[in-house]
Design a binder for this molecule. Structure first.
Ligand code: SF4
Ligand code: SF4
Ligand code: SF4
Length: 227
């Protein structure tokens, strides 16, 4: 939300009035920008993670931190990707790590139709099979199965080094889906620290990765991922 035409001498009064309503100003320039998120699981039936809670936590940890250039976090609740996670320097997308209990399955085939990735099929022996390489953690099998034969653990799919401005680049997934918040924050710390230590002033994260090559950064985030 933007409030235009505030006189410079009135800035502090406006800030005070906003603070009374629990609103703080955003930032621009070379630092961590306002963390953005979609509605997530608290509101949206497709959501796999609580995006608002995570965005608040990331904001408390990183918002306004001084860096060589701007740095954006974006959190989207599922693979529908309404918040466009890969446009951000550090994008988080909710997903479900799914498990199957054959004893509960009634072979109704609902999940095989619900899976848009073609990862599920019913074999001639009437067994559900899943091709892990095709699964994108959308969780549609869990949400559609009437017999609760599919269950899912929430996870975070992270993308690094996205851009969506003068230049467009889709952030890359360099590590597997993350299963817990502690690991996610370790990976975020490693990313921010790498950018702070290696970027030239005025250089976006994507350009740093291209100048130095992705291998060293991938090694650092993989170490953070593994704890
Ligand atoms: S990304 Fe998923 S959780 Fe977020 S608003 Fe879109 S459909 Fe809902
Ligand atoms: S939707 Fe559930 S019950 Fe139906 S085939 Fe799939 S796993 Fe089995
Ligand atoms: S999580 Fe999504 S892609 Fe994976 S098996 Fe279930 S429906 Fe298919």
């Amino acid at each position: 939300m933007e409030i235009p035409y505030i006189k410079l001498e009135d800035i502090d009064k406006v800030k005070d009035a906003l603070a009374e309503g629990g609103v703080s100003p955003g930032v621009c320039g070379p630092r961590v920008r306002t963390v953005t998120a979609c509605q997530g699981s608290a509101i949206c039936p497709s959501g796999c993670i609580d995006t608002s809670a995570l965005a608040r936590e990331l904001s408390e940890r990183y918002f306004g931190r001084e860096l060589p250039h701007k740095f954006k976090f974006g959190v989207t609740g599922c693979v529908n990707n309404c918040l466009k996670a890969e446009e951000n320097d550090f994008g988080v997308k909710g997903g479900l790590i799914v498990s199957f209990n054959p004893e509960k399955c009634t072979r109704c085939r609902v999940c095989t139709k619900a899976c848009r990735q073609g990862a599920l099929s019913l074999s001639e022996e009437e067994k559900i099979t899943k091709q892990d390489s095709l699964c994108n953690n959308c969780g549609r099998c869990v949400k559609s199965c009437p017999a609760e034969a599919w269950t899912g653990e929430p996870g975070y799919i992270v993308s690094f080094g996205g851009l969506f401005g003068n230049r467009i680049f889709r952030g890359e997934n360099l590590i597997p889906i993350i299963r817990d918040k502690e690991t996610l924050l370790r990976v975020a710390d490693a990313t921010i620290n790498y950018f702070a230590a290696n970027a030239k002033p005025g250089e976006r994260f994507r350009s740093t990765l291209e100048r130095l090559g992705i291998d060293d950064f991938k090694k650092r985030v993989t170490e953070a991922y593994n704890g």
